[in-house]
Design a protein around this ligand. Structure first.
Ligand SMILES: [Zn+2]
Length: 121
């Protein structure tokens, strides 16, 4: 599993036959098995599709009692799972923007960076 990301872009693959959007690590289209893709980059803001408050965080986040985790969707259909910067006033449908930042040190002491989502307003 890839823990350390070195890119700030959120990039997905769009199948050139059926148009399915999927995570960049898949080698073949999950729907039609095609292996010809166009790279699609998430841009702009996104909307909160669903979220939860994690009250028993994994060991890497032991300095926090809880945090919000959500699934967001960008205008071009890309969906991403990530932490939300606040637990206050979260509602499905609110607008957020991605921020690429350090989220923790892993259990080996290395910094882990990821996209987190910050509500606009
Ligand atoms: Zn396909």
């Amino acid at each position: 599993m890839k823990i350390l990301k070195d890119v700030e872009k959120i990039e997905w693959k769009k199948c050139n036959i059926c148009g399915l959007l999927q995570y960049e690590d898949h080698l073949r289209c999950l729907k039609c098995k095609n292996n010809d893709f166009e790279r699609i980059e998430a841009s702009g803001t996104c909307k909160l599709l669903t979220f939860t408050i994690l009250k028993a965080p994994p060991a890497e986040f032991r300095d926090r009692q809880s945090y919000a985790l959500g699934i967001v969707e960008f205008e071009n259909g890309i969906r991403v799972l990530g932490q939300i910067t606040t637990q206050e006033n979260l509602k499905i449908g609110i607008e957020l923007k991605p921020v690429y930042k350090k989220i923790c040190n892993n259990l080996d002491g290395n910094e882990v960076h990821a996209h987190v989502f910050k509500p606009i307003n």
